[in-house]
Design a protein. Sequence first.
Length: 142
Amino acid sequence: MDRRTVLRMGGLALTGTLAGCGGSGSDDTPAGAETDNLVDMTDDLNFEPAEITVSVGETVTWTTTGSVPHSVTAYEEQLPDGAAYFASGGFDSESAAREAYPSEGSVASEESYEHTFETAGEFAYFCIPHESGMKGTVIVEG
Ligand SMILES: [Cu+2]
């Protein structure tokens, strides 16, 4: 669990406590109840956080927050059994993603890529132009 999730849960618990005092908070569903699962791609050439844990059926959104473009590209050979391949640009294989970059599959400044994980397991991925150090993992819990 990453730090932002912990902070968000703390905020929800506090909101619930306050609503309980008023006695009529039943329609006051917290806007953050659906988790965001955000990963920043930074000018430091990192995925932030580098490891994120989600549940099956949830979507992760990667956003290039600086000026340097990145890619989100799954390591095909490390996919859990039966899992769909994913990569920014919508490729269905790692080789296709590598060949097309950077004309396709690049996530420019302020742009995002998102993928919904339908299979449990650990998903290792990387950024094509910064592969030597820019890697991440999505852990999907069933
Ligand atoms: Cu990168």
